[in-house]
Design a protein around this ligand. Structure first.
Ligand SMILES: *Cc1c(COP(=O)(O)O)cnc(C)c1O
Length: 220
């Protein structure tokens, strides 16, 4: 298997190339290294190679892996990219610096209360079910304006919109649609693009790309 540091350099080169193609600055794209299922031994080399933003999809797994790493590296940022249950809102607010999966009114209430209690604001991407897939998280496109209104009535900082397009088909139209929804709603942040399609996402305006297997190898 290739060294994580080598894979990181390759991904950063590809981000820079895609940004260049779109006449964007590479530093305007945040690489969120998705370390779910990866043991600390595989995460540490990426930190040593300079990667600072990581993402996990389970609160419990992040609580097991990250407190020690964060103590050793106070400049790390940890993002949550998975579905969040309202009863985990306190834990999520305590541990994460950004949440990519705010997708329903009940979670807005739970996170607003958790942030108020903790005295800590965590910016959130609003996840949109961009392909209208039944089994997927994310709010329906039609419900987005009302959800944004609810969020904006709280102290929760809106980081942007997030999507996971349907698997197995061209992602570009879905990325373009998320960009349009952001424009329509006065939002600039776009969390979109994974290992298979992050370059396409960058050319379509992604500000945060969530890359796992291209950095760590395929998950077991
Ligand atoms: C796992 C995951 C990723 C990373 O996927 P890769 O294909 O391994 O890059 C990105 N976003 C979310 C929401 C994920 O769950």
């Amino acid at each position: 298997m290739e060294e994580p540091a080598t894979l990181l350099a390759a991904v950063n080169d590809r981000i820079a190339a895609a940004a260049g193609l779109a006449r964007r600055k590479p530093e305007d794209v945040t690489l969120v290294a998705i370390s779910k299922t990866q043991p600390v031994e595989r995460i540490a080399p990426l930190i040593a190679a300079g990667q600072r933003v990581f993402g996990e999809n389970r609160v419990q797994e992040a609580q097991d892996k990250w407190p020690a790493l964060r103590e050793a590296h106070p400049d790390l940022a940890l993002h949550l990219v998975g579905q969040l249950q309202s009863n985990k809102a306190d834990d999520a607010v305590a541990l994460f610096d950004c949440i990519h999966s705010l997708d329903r009114p009940s979670l807005v209430g739970a996170l607003a209360r958790a942030m108020d209690k903790a005295g800590r604001l965590v910016s959130c991407f609003v996840q949109v079910n961009i392909g209208a897939e039944e089994q997927k998280g994310g709010c329906a496109i039609a419900d987005l304006p009302a959800l944004l209104t609810e969020i904006r009535a709280t102290a929760i900082p809106v980081a942007g919109l997030m999507c996971v397009p349907p698997a197995g088909i061209e992602a570009a139209p879905f990325f373009a649609l998320l960009g349009k929804l952001a424009d329509d709603n006065g939002i600039t942040g776009l969390s979109m693009g994974m290992s298979e399609d992050f370059e396409t996402a960058i050319t379509l305006g992604a500000t945060d790309v969530r890359v796992g297997s291209a950095l760590f190898g395929a998950r077991g």
